[in-house]
Design a protein around this ligand. Sequence first.
Ligand code: NAD
Ligand code: AKB
Length: 332
Amino acid sequence: MRRALVTGAAGQIGTELVQALRAELGADRVLATDLRRPEDDQPVVAGGPFGLLDCTDGEALDRHLREHRPDTIFHLAALLSAVGENQPQEAYRVNLGGLVTVLEAAREREIALFTPSSIAAFGPGTPPDLTPQETIQRPTTMYGVTKVAGELLCDYYHHRFGVDARGLRYPGIISHSAPPGGGTTDYAVEIFHAAVSEGRYTCFLEPDTQLDMMYMPDAVRAALELMQADPERLEHRNAFNVTAMQFTPQGLADRIRERIPHFSIDYEVDPTRQAIADSWPRRLDDSAARREWGWSPEYDEDAMVDDMLDHLVPRPNGASAPESSSPATPGG
Ligand code: NAD
Ligand code: AKB
């Protein structure tokens, strides 16, 4: 990988993936694109080239590809689960229309492609514990439907046209830099901001709803490692199960209260997001990723909570928060 283009770069994952790519490849070699332009002082814009791009617009994509000449596209533009249930037709149009547009460009220009899938690609009939790499996939959300179809499309473009398409099934991603984009796992980010600013949080999921989660540094590293993996070792190219930690809202609140003793949580359950969460796995089996390209998470729940609060709790005398670094005690 020498030059990259990122779609949906202003979102939760793009904001951090772009910075990691620029650190690795050089700032000028990573073109960040999105439907919306963040403020000029945001790292995605301030740290290197940025272009407006609707990922469903094949001509505009082609213009960017001609000018920037990437060998790899990280296709992150999508509508997430809760937004997708509010606007299912739009989720279909952006998530699948955008993916086909990008796959076609990757085919025509022989560009490698990273596309994230999600735990949302599973449904109520899927085994929820140690969910196998290959199993029943009958999701009940439009977001999930687009993720399963996306996994299949990426496999198809690889087998049929030789496109170097690769992908991960991400669990819920927790981070402190950019807000989450309207998903069911968003509570696990919101809770930190609320704990620090107000000392209390009202959660939209029930206290004992266990979901699979991952801290952003692991999520970014997983994408980079997969795209740099030896293709000869990859049996599954797209939709690798990856996981790092599992917790419930109550369990996460308990971990936060160990660090912020006055923190309290209450619950106002949103039936739509609760139904989505109830249809998703509690813990994935990520042994295929471990075997085929050496996946191993570094952050467990305690290391993630410590690092989140290190970044979000205001420091005395305006000192700046540390860069996220590998935890002293690896988890996983
Ligand atoms: P996000 O919602 O934070 O960001 C998505 C970005 O896409 C936004 O900046 C939005 O402006 C942009 N966008 C929307 N429509 C667009 C269009 N037509 N053209 C170009 N850009 C458009 O999402 P995210 O959390 O960064 O997720 C990125 C990818 O990772 C998505 O495919 C998502 O399904 C997947 N994923 C995310 C999580 C998570 O917890 N964040 C978990 C599993 C999978
Ligand atoms: C969502 O909740 O929609 C996302 C995801 C797990 O795909 N965070």
